[in-house]
Design a protein around this ligand. Structure first.
Ligand code: ATP
Length: 365
C-alpha cells in the first residue's frame, strides 16, 4: 500500500427522489489498499460502490480516481472493474471466452490468449480455458469472475458481496485467497459486504455505514477496540453494553460507576464524542473472567447466575444474570480443556479489568 490517494470521495450524496441513500461521504482510499464498506442491508454501501464504478452519478459532491474528477466519465472509461454478487458468468461460453470477454476486439488474439492464461494462473485455474462455464463449482465460478475483471488490468477492483453465494468453508478459503491475490497484485480492492468477519479478515481498513452515512473508517483492530459509538460497537463482534455514570476525569482516565460492576477506572476512547455524565460502556464477552469463587486478581467483580450455555466447539458462551442490569451478560471462554465448567442455574462470579472496558461515550437514550 502506498500513501497516494487512488480514490477520493468529496461530499458525495445520492438521492432517489426525496430518499437519501448516501450523504456526506468523504473518503480517501490509498493505492494498493484493501478497503471494505460494511453495514446492514440497505445502508447505502452498494450505492457508494456504484458511484465509484460510474453506474450511478452522485446527486452532489465528486468522485476522483487517480486524481481525476470522474463526473460524466462512463463506467467503461474508468480505471475500475466490478465483480458482481451474481458473478454474471455466461454459461454457454467456456472459461477462456468468459475471461476474454472484455478484451474482445480490443487486442490481437495472441495477446488475448496470453492474458487469459495469465489471469487464470492468478486465480489458480491455470489451463482450464476450454472447460464449459456450466461445469464449474461455485468457487471456480467466483474465480472466473475475478479473472475476467483482472484481465482488464484495473487500478481499482470493485467487489459487490463477491463471496456471498458460497458456502461457509469455501467462503473462508476464498477470503484468504483473495487477500493474498490482492497483496501480490498490489491493486486497490474496494469490497461491499454485510459480513463483519469477512470485512475484518480481509481488509486493511473498513468503513462502517448506517442509514446512508459513513460512521467510522478505521483498521479492523481499532474498530473492534475503539468503536465510535454503541451502534458500531454492536455491529462489529458481540458487545455487552452497560450504562454508567461519569464521576471524574483526569487526562485520559475516566472514573466511572458502572451498572452491575460499580466503580472503576477506564481509558478515554478518542473516537467517541465527549463523554457525558450518563454514558455507556462496552465489554467484549472474551474480556470477562468467569469463576466459581470470587476472583482475587480482578478489581471489579460481580456475582450472578448462569441463565444459558452455548457450546460452540472452540469456545463456550455463557449468559449470566446479574443484579443491576436486565439483559444477561455474555461471556465467552476458550475451550482449553474440553469441558463445560458451568451449567444453567449455577452461581458464578465475573471478574473484569478496567483496562479492557470500552468507553462508548454519551448515552443516546
Ligand atoms: P444491500 O446489502 O441490501 O445490497 P446496501 O447497503 O448495498 O444494501 P443500497 O443498495 O446502496 O444498500 O441501497 C440503499 C438504499 O437505497 C436502499 O434503501 C434501497 O432501497 C435504495 N435504492 C437503491 N437503489 C435505488 C433506486 N434505483 N431507486 C430507488 N431507491 C434505491
Amino acid at each position: 500500500m502506498t500513501d497516494r490517494n487512488i480514490i477520493e470521495l468529496r461530499g458525495v450524496e445520492k438521492r432517489y427522489g426525496t430518499f437519501v441513500a448516501a450523504a456526506g461521504i468523504n473518503l480517501d482510499l490509498k493505492e494498493g489498499e484493501f478497503f471494505s464498506l460494511l453495514g446492514p442491508s440497505g445502508c447505502g454501501k452498494t450505492t457508494v460502490l456504484r458511484m465509484i464504478a460510474g453506474f450511478q452519478e452522485p446527486t452532489k459532491g465528486s468522485v476522483l480516481i487517480d486524481g481525476q474528477d470522474m463526473e460524466g466519465v462512463p463506467a467503461n472509461n474508468r480505471p475500475t472493474n466490478m465483480v458482481f454478487q451474481s458473478y454474471a458468468i455466461f454459461p454457454h461460453l467456456n472459461v477462456g471466452n468468459n475471461v476474454a470477454y472484455g478484451l474482445r476486439g480490443k487486442a490481437p488474439k495472441a495477446e488475448i490468449d496470453q492474458r487469459v492464461a495469465e489471469a487464470l494462473e492468478m486465480v489458480e485455474l491455470g489451463g482450464l480455458q476450454d472447460r464449459g462455464a456450466g461445469e464449474l463449482s461455485g468457487g471456480q465460478r467466483q474465480r472466473v469472475a475475478l479473472a475476467r475483471a483482472l484481465i482488464m488490468r484495473p487500478k481499482v477492483l470493485l467487489l459487490d458481496e463477491p463471496l456471498s453465494a458460497l458456502d461457509k468453508k469455501l467462503r473462508e478459503q476464498m477470503q484468504f485467497e483473495m487477500r493474498n491475490l490482492q497483496q501480490s497484485l498490489g491493486i486497490t480492492f474496494v469490497m461491499v459486504t454485510h459480513d463483519q468477519y469477512e470485512a475484518m479478515t480481509m481488509s486493511d481498513r473498513i468503513g462502517v455505514m448506517f442509514n446512508g452515512r459513513l460512521k467510522q473508517v478505521d483498521t479492523p483492530t481499532t474498530l473492534y477496540a475503539r468503536p465510535c459509538d454503541q451502534q458500531v460497537a454492536s455491529f462489529i463482534g458481540e458487545m455487552n453494553i452497560l450504562p454508567a455514570q461519569l464521576l471524574d476525569e483526569t487526562g485520559d482516565t475516566l472514573s466511572i460507576n458502572a451498572a452491575a460492576f460499580g466503580r472503576m477506572e477506564i481509558e478515554r476512547n478518542p473516537n467517541v464524542a465527549t463523554s457525558d455524565r450518563n454514558m455507556n460502556i462496552g465489554i467484549r464477552p472474551e474480556q470477562l473472567e468467569i469463576a466459581a469463587e470470587k476472583p482475587e486478581d480482578y478489581p471489579s467483580t460481580v456475582q450472578g447466575t448462569v441463565s444459558n450455555v452455548a457450546f460452540y466447539g472452540e469456545n463456550i458462551h455463557y449468559h449470566i444474570q446479574v443484579a443491576g442490569t436486565e439483559t444477561p451478560i455474555s461471556v465467552s471462554v476458550p475451550n482449553y480443556f474440553h469441558t463445560v465448567d458451568f451449567n444453567r442455574g449455577d452461581a458464578v462470579w465475573l471478574g473484569l479489568q478496567g483496562a479492557s472496558v470500552i468507553d462508548l461515550g454519551q448515552s443516546t437514550e
